[in-house]
Design a protein around this ligand. Structure first.
Ligand code: HEM
Length: 517
């Protein structure tokens, strides 16, 4: 008995000694890492609740309710500095908008940070694993599936886009009565993006909306909302129980599966034909005629679940960002008639005002149009917040010490949160008038904002669809500027008010009166 006790207490002692020594070693490694990099502490958010940070959470929730969360973060950075420590839902956090730090997070020390710990579990029932929520080898696999399509040079199919744009233009009142462009632009981009992603347009701009499409959209948006709640709940996401959420997921998956099966059929046709020595392409499949992301991905894998998950991720990431950006550009242009006239002058020099003369090259060549898009996504980035979690102990290059310029030690498991909205308003980077809509600021060839400009993200994980989005946004604005002499502001609320969902948009839309040329 006493031998057994002695053995037991010796074992416990060994385990305790082992744990203590590991702790001491880790402490020593941390101290020497800090010394080696000259790390100092950044300012701290003045929490009333230093354990869970519930005061910061409540303050954010109150400002979100008033549609003022982006402004609130902006003012926090002005008050506490470009980099400060805080507690977010019980987890240590570093909040930073310093461009040097952003470069380290997204590029130099990219592997030290990830999105998976904060995104994967909450989004899993709806989206599965895919490009938007994973890190490491699975994310690399996901990007590899997208690469063949997005690296094509002829990805923007403007004649196909024009078919949908014509339907959109037909829905706009021609007698100057007030119209909110936001929902119509969203429909335009649902029609164009589903054609590009699934191979068939939902055609919701048609007078009689196809029932199946509407059912999918309602289900997708309901499941998206539920996913947003689960993301807010963080570790407590399992508490979210809503029957309709799970039913919506089933509807959305069934819709996507229908197209996945068609894509796998396409793959079989191509492979069988290739074996026989012909290309296996029907008229509809001819390259250059149309690019379908799901078909391209099916040539890389025939894993049904993987294909469905990946296409859901891209649909989530891409189906409304361009529509929101065009709405935001017009929000500003109707308040600045002289800028609309400047844009019109530029696009009218391109030839007769119709779609046949407007090519990708011509859209890219419009300097003022390009600057309008740059300035719009600066003031209103659709991805207005960026959050990562550290996979290991790491160093942020700046923000510590009394001058705020020393490196900072960041422990494994820390949330690193940034506000892109605030980065795009840093006073030193965006003079003159950081808050003003001034496409002209981009006219100076010396003006290169570097990492203080990140509307499409930075570094390894930037938006793969940037080129496509810029062309489609530019084309839509150019076609509208060809057609309308004036765009009059008809919003009751003059200032831009935020609506935060997966994408950030104008809560009050863009209400205008359109005057034909
Ligand atoms: C104005 C238009 C757009 C803007 C401003 C935009 C912005 C962004 C940003 C900031 C990210 C990085 C998010 C992060 O750091 O986690 C991103 C990622 C992504 N975007 Fe876009 N996007 C736009 C349009 C699109 C479109 C049209 C598509 C698809 C057709 C798309 C597909 C994606 C995908 C798949 C990712 C994930 C990339 C990854 O994590 O590796 N985006 N986008």
């Amino acid at each position: 008995m006493s031998v057994a006790l002695d053995f037991g207490s010796t074992f416990v002692l060994i385990v305790v000694a082992f744990l203590v020594s590991r702790r001491l070693q880790a402490g020593y490694a941390t101290r020497s890492l800090k010394r080696q990099h000259g790390c100092q502490e950044p300012p701290k958010y003045p929490h009333k609740d230093p354990f869970f940070g519930s005061d910061l959470f409540r303050d954010s929730a109150e400002h979100a309710k008033q549609s003022k969360l982006l402004e609130r973060w902006n003012s926090r950075y002005m008050q506490y500095g470009r980099t400060f420590r805080a507690i977010m839902q019980g987890t240590p956090a570093v909040c930073t908008i310093d461009p040097t730090n952003l470069l380290a997070i997204t590029t130099t020390n990219f592997k030290d940070y990830g999105v998976q710990p904060t995104r994967r579990d909450a989004t899993l029932p709806f989206l599965g694993e895919g490009v938007f929520t994973m890190d490491g080898p699975f994310w690399e696999h996901s990007r590899a599936l997208l690469r063949p399509t997005f690296s094509r040079t002829n990805i923007a199919n403007l004649p196909a886009f024009e078919v949908h744009l014509k339907k959109f233009l037909k829905l706009l009142p021609q007698d100057g009565t007030t119209v909110d462009l936001k929902p119509l632009l969203c429909k335009l981009f649902i029609d164009t993006s589903t054609e590009f992603l699934f191979g068939e347009s939902m055609n919701i701009l048609n007078e009689k909306e196809p029932e199946r499409s509407q059912e999918f959209l309602d289900a997708f948006h309901y499941a998206q909302k539920g996913t947003g709640r689960r993301l807010q709940l963080g570790k407590l996401a399992f508490l979210y129980r809503d029957k309709k959420y799970y039913e919506s997921i089933k509807v959305a998956h069934a819709f996507a599966d229908y197209y996945v099966d068609k894509a796998i059929e396409y793959r079989k046709r191509r492979l069988a034909a290739a074996e026989k020595g012909d290309s296996g392409l029907s008229d509809d499949d001819t390259p250059g005629r149309r690019v379908v992301l799901l078909h391209d991905m099916a040539m890389e894998t025939d894993n049904r679940v993987d294909l469905r998950n990946q296409i859901m991720h891209v649909f989530l990431a891409g189906h409304e960002s361009s529509a929101i950006t065009i709405g935001n550009a017009l929000f500003q242009l109707c308040r600045n008639p002289e800028k609309w006239q400047k844009l019109r002058k530029e696009v009218l020099t391109l030839g007769s005002p119709d779609s046949t003369t407007l090519t990708v090259e011509k859209v890219k060549g419009c300097k003022y149009l390009t600057n309008i898009i740059r300035e719009t996504v600066r003031l209103y980035p659709v991805a207005s917040m960026s959050t990562r979690k550290t996979y290991k102990d790491t160093i942020l290059p700046t923000g510590g010490g009394p001058a705020g310029t020393s490196p900072i030690f960041v422990r494994k498991g820390t949330i690193v949160a940034s506000s892109v909205f605030a980065i795009h308003r840093i006073s030193e980077c965006w003079q003159p008038d950081p808050e003003a809509f001034r496409p002209e600021r981009w006219e100076d060839p010396e003006f290169k904002p570097g990492p203080s400009y990140m509307p499409f993200g930075l570094g390894i994980r930037t938006c793969p669809a940037r080129g496509l989005a810029e062309i489609e946004i530019g084309y839509t604005l150019a076609r509208m500027a060809q057609i309308y002499e004036r765009v009059e502001c008809r919003d009751e609320v003059l200032e831009w008010v935020e609506e935060l969902r997966v994408s950030t948009s104008s809560k009050n839309g863009t209400k205008v009166g359109l005057v034909l040329a």
